[in-house]
Structure formats: C-alpha cells, structure tokens
Write a protein that binds this ligand. Structure first.
Ligand SMILES: Cc1cc2nc3c(=O)[nH]c(=O)nc-3n(C[C@H](O)[C@H](O)[C@H](O)COP(=O)(O)O)c2cc1C
Length: 171
C-alpha cells in the first residue's frame, strides 16, 4: 500500500470479522514492532501474543475500555523490560514507537487495530503483571487489538497550523 494511504488512513478499528489473523501477518506485525527506533538501540520490548478467548476475557475484566476484545481474534501485549534499559526512563518512548509501527503495519496489511493504554495506570499495570506472570521489572505498556476490519477507517485531517512554532514558542 502507498505510504501516504497507510499513514493517513490508519484509524482505530474496534469491530472485526470472524476470521483469524494469518500467521504470516502476525509475524509481520511483530517484525514491524521490533524495527522501531529505541534509545541507544536498547530494544527493551517484549510481546505477549494472546489468541485464547478466555485470556482475552481476562483482559476485558481488568481493562475498562477493551470490549472490542470480545470480537478481536488477536491481542498483543507490549511490555517494556527495565532490565534492558541502558538509558533510564526511555522504555516508554521505545515501546510506544513499537506500538505505532504495529498499527501502521496492520493498516498496510488490510487489518484493523486499536491501541489500548495500560501504563501509566498503576492499578491496571499491576493487574496485567499478575495476569501474565510478568517479572516485576517488566511493565505492560499497551495492548494492541487486531483483526480483519468490519468497519470503515475514514480519513481525518488533524493538521493544525497553530500547533507549529518557529524557533520559539512565541512565533
Ligand atoms: C495511549 C493511548 C491509549 C489508548 N487507549 C485506548 C483504549 O483503552 N481503548 C480504546 O478503545 N482506544 C484507545 N486508544 C485509541 C484512541 O481512542 C484513538 O487513537 C483516538 O481516539 C484517535 O482515533 P484514531 O486512532 O482512529 O485516529 C488509545 C490511544 C492511545 C494513543
């Protein structure tokens, strides 16, 4: 797909067809995630692939805005491993870049996806740590719900000239 189409047509998709995400597409999502930039190339990410319905149901019980997981065939939990950090505190930006790469690859593959925030909601993150038996240094940042889209992803224009400042805030 044309890069401009991918970038500007990507929207959050929360309705999915009753169809599994193909193994090959799943791997492309994970490869895209791990191609992301990271501070000092520290790559602190880990990905937990969730396809089991009862596991998705467990997530719905602890994440208040994740009802789409009742339909989504695939959920990928993106975690940052603080033990991999040489540049303290940057794991959030590293893992966010990985999430965005995954969303763009999903659009490119004709899939629909949505980012579900976990960290920095402490209580939510703790529940995910418990549910997925994560080591205490491994922090869940987000869940990406993925499936074959059953709703349209319309283009939107969010460009705001006023958000651009030349050389300093005043200009
Ligand atoms: C950090 C973050 C957390 C989000 N958490 C949720 C969520 O919990 N549930 C949800 O349905 N959408 C969530 N979203 C998706 C946003 O609602 C969505 O990106 C925003 O409304 C813009 O719409 P668009 O993605 O279609 O362009 C999240 C997005 C980000 C970046």
């Amino acid at each position: 797909m044309d890069f401009n189409e991918v970038l500007f047509k990507r929207r959050s998709i929360r309705k999915y067809q009753d169809q599994q995400v193909e193994e090959e597409k799943k791997m492309k999502l994970l490869k895209a995630a791990m191609a992301a930039p990271s501070a000092g190339n520290q790559q602190p990410w880990h990905f937990i692939v969730v396809e089991d319905d009862s596991r998705k149901e467990d997530i719905r019980e602890i994440h208040p805005y994740s009802d789409m997981l009742a339909e989504a065939p695939l959920a990928i939990l993106v975690c940052g491993d603080k033990r991999e950090e040489r540049h303290k505190g940057f794991w959030v930006q590293d893992c966010s870049a990985a999430v965005q790469n995954m969303l763009l690859m999903a659009e490119n593959l004709g899939l629909g996806a949505v980012w579900l925030g976990v960290y920095p909601r402490e209580e939510r993150a703790e529940k995910f740590q418990e549910l997925f038996s994560l080591p205490k240094e491994v922090i869940p940042l987000a869940v990406v719900a993925v499936g074959h889209p059953a709703e349209e992803s319309g283009k939107v224009d969010r460009f705001k000239e006023g958000r651009i400042h030349q050389e300093s805030w005043q200009n």
